[in-house]
Design a protein around this ligand. Structure first.
Ligand SMILES: [Zn+2]
Ligand SMILES: [Zn+2]
Length: 291
């Protein structure tokens, strides 16, 4: 991904030296042009799916597995949606990160309305698998949103991860795993949105780990290692070697999805599709959410 580009100029601005080789397009980009391009993808996705309305309150849930990835994503989102004047509440796991540092850094980017909700993520649950992690954080964020009259939750999931989850859902014939491949979910009147639906995690990881701000913060974090099973590892290595496959497989699975799940009922906790009120994943941690 990060090939040496030997002083080749950025193919976008033509002024700065390119430092990043972008897998999906073959472009060689400088950090700033990569940032702007990713922000544009996020803006386009959120407009396309009508994810946000102006001046609304939004909970941005930090993931437990790679906090640098979460924070860089927050900066990208904030930049992409700046004309929407969203009021951000950051859900920050204080058992994994020093939330004061998150607040300090976020305040440099966000003018007003920023709040930090300090919470605790149960490491035993979010380390089980990416599906558990996503469902736990979404369910927990949705509960906090309901309690605080916040209408939106940003669920951080990237195109490469979504492709994997869709395939896993097919393989397991699991409606509720399959349902995590959607750009928007609902828990009552809370809208859980995925503005990074078309963004590759590699692009954000490069931005995160080439950022002075993030590197400074990363010393104070204690990310959780999430289990990845053998199937996922294989699927992932195939997908990242062929970005076309990643996009085309997702397209066909999405079509299939609308066939299979014509009249969806939803899990009351994570908001994904489920025949039962609480899906088989959320059952494992329902007692924590309902506390
Ligand atoms: Zn450039
Ligand atoms: Zn669920």
């Amino acid at each position: 991904m990060m090939a040496k580009t030997n002083n080749v100029l950025c193919s976008s601005c033509g002024k700065r030296v390119a430092t990043y080789y972008r897998l999906t397009s073959g472009e060689k980009l400088c950090r700033l042009c990569l940032f702007n391009s990713v922000a544009k993808q996020v803006r386009r996705t959120s407009h396309y799916y009508k994810m946000f309305r102006k001046n609304e309150k939004v909970i941005f849930a930090i993931r437990g597995d790679d906090i640098a990835l979460s924070l860089e994503s927050f900066f990208v989102l904030n930049n992409a949606m700046k004309d929407f004047d969203l009021e951000y509440k950051i859900l920050c796991p204080n058992n994994l990160i020093d939330c004061r540092i998150v607040e300090e850094e976020a305040r440099k980017h966000v003018k007003n309305g920023l709040e930090i909700y300090e919470v605790n993520y149960p490491v035993d649950i979010i380390s089980k698998s990416i599906v558990y992690m996503v469902k736990y954080i979404d369910a927990y964020a949705a509960k906090i949103a309901l309690e605080n009259h916040v209408e939106y939750v940003v669920s951080l999931l990237f195109r490469d991860e979504i492709s994997m989850i869709l395939m896993l859902g097919l393989l397991l014939i699991s409606k509720t795993v399959f349902g995590e491949g959607m750009p928007i979910k609902y828990v009552e009147n809370v809208k859980i949105v995925r503005p990074f639906y078309n963004v590759l995690s590699h692009d954000i990881l490069y931005l995160a780990y080439s950022s002075q701000e993030i590197l400074k913060m990363d010393n104070s974090t204690n990310s959780v290692k999430v289990n990845v099973d053998g199937y996922i590892k294989k699927a992932y290595s195939i997908l990242t070697r062929s970005p076309e496959l990643m996009y085309s497989s997702s397209k066909s699975i999405e079509m299939l999805q609308s066939f299979i799940i014509s009249k969806p009922s939803r899990c009351h906790l994570c908001g994904s599709f489920s025949d039962e009120n609480v899906c088989e994943y959320c059952k494992v941690f329902a007692h924590i959410i309902r506390g």
